[in-house]
Design a protein around this ligand. Sequence first.
Ligand code: IVH
Length: 664
Amino acid sequence: MTAPSSLFEELHRYRHAYYCEAEPLVSDAVYDERVTQVQQWLQEHPEDQAASPLAQVSAEPLQSFPTRTHRIPMLSLSNLYSLEEIREWDADLKKLLGTSEVEYVCELKIDGLAVSVQYENGALTVGVTRGDGNEGDEVTPNLKTVQGLPHQLPEPLTLEVRGEVYLARDDFERLNQRREAQGEASFKNPRNAAAGSLRMLDSSEVRRRRLSLFLYNQVEGPMAATHFGCLEQLEQWGLPTNPEARRVSSIDEVVAFCEHWEHHHEALPYEIDGVVVKVNSLALQEQAGYTAKSPRWARAFKFTAEQATSVLRAVEIGVGRTGSLTPVAILDPVSLNGTIVSRATLHNYDQVARLGLHLGDSVTLEKGGEIIPKVVAVDAAQRWAQAVPVLPPQACPVCDTPAEQGSGEVDWRCPNLGCPAQQRERVLHYVSRKAMDIETIGPALVEQLFAAGLIGDAADLYSVQAEDLAQLERMGPKSAQNVVTGIEGSKQRPLGAFLHALGIPHVGEKTAKLLARRLGTLTALREASQEELSRIGEVGPIIAKSVSDFFRNPEQQAFVDRLLAHGVEPQASEQAGQKVAELEGKVVVITGTLTEPRDVWKQRLEEAGANVTGSVSKKTDFLLAGANAGSKRTKAEQLGVTLLDEATLRNWLGMKAGDAAAEA
Ligand code: IVH
């Protein structure tokens, strides 16, 4: 066991920071472990009792907040860690409720601390922290300093509402700058800062820290029939609610909401650590009920951000199909989110420089939404004095051509189009599932095909014979025939997939599909000028130039011609050309409850030539507004945006009244 004096001293520091400075230095888990160690020591060495840090800090300032029992306990939420788990929960819940239709409300999971606020006859009377869920600290004077929280409601209501106190990113920055200027330690993150601030005794200092609050739950007072209705009421009473909450009618929309915020939350002015999904109907909530700790009618979808530390042993350089040279960290194996990780992406050499990475460094890894973990931080303090910095490569690791960095570009690249690694990657991309989908060809076979001189690029695949293949190692006549059949079967892929397979820089799967839909045929695409291309909504100047350059490049022209000569026949998109005059090039926003899923409307509108975006602005032409359209509708009305209903749109799209049902 650790020597008691240093253990005692360590725990004393943690307790002082937590209780006296309201600023935890370590996680609860580390703290609890130290407490257990001290307790164990004291059991065996009762003579050290007087020196125990646990015996101290007794009359600390924070004890002076009165404890208050919650009339209704503040529960926590069960977590879900993947989109599949969300769907499983939905299925279980529907079984439990005996219904196949459940409306949900999706909310952001604000990363702050939970509080309960009471109003009596319209006046704010009590504010309590969550504490252990049964009782918390009464911090009413501090809560009264929270920005945007009214001390008086417009009606003499008696309410209990709950929500999350947080510190916005810019208020957090400002607070830390002020602390640094005064020689005080800065807070690690906005949540610690908010938690610490709410537990301070000096309310005028709390006010300076500019805490904010979003309310997300009403537990007493006049209730609406649904959770969303309650949120709308709170808003009407002037209470702060989060503007991103959405009512949705399918689990697909819940999943889409979670996916969206998993990838876009960094742009919010405050931190969130997930999404909370709640059953909308209060009657159904009651029917679903609670377990001992949490409601069955709600779940928290947590963004994956588990971290681990490891040591950087080497940096491998990957060569992409466009020649980009990507650094990959080779690490001591470590467990992260349940898998053993020994490689992590370093993105590019700008990122390596930003991290100041050296070989042998102790690094922090994180798994974001992506499958491949990334290196997010480096512990320079643990670095060996002679450590060698990681620098951009001088040459391509495969063909030894000197590496280049294009002006204004982040990536270092191998400029040799004939580089074997690039050729291999281009073929692998060509056969991949979302491109030509030739399942019978994988990385090992591509390697063999090149090595045997059977192919030089993807177009050569179409002249490979079964007899040639059968000569390759580990390849019998039957598998050889399967490969040839697979290649043959790829000749009639949709135009979008073919376009994606060509590997035009800046044209990913989605853009390829969009271009296919808008231009309809390969001939139209090959002939389209840069100007024509950039007139398509969502196609910016970079994509337009890249596509136009690609089809004007003689080598690429020859490549496409060879593919066509081998009988590759991209299939025109069914909807192509069927633009709707009223909608072509128009910007449409969808809101409210519709009779058909939003993504169905989105697809239809896009196919008709419209661009569907998420928020109403001056650029919006139409708002497709369903029932209870809320703030987007108000904003659209203010901006004079034309409102549409589903019937009008069906009419414009030439759908007969029964079409919707038939499609669904
Ligand atoms: S609902 C019974 N909604 O997450 C319902 N909680 O892990 C309980 N949180 O203790 C909470 N944003 O501190 C709810 N929109 C939101 C939330 C939210 C953040 C926090 C809250 C709660 C914890 C549960």
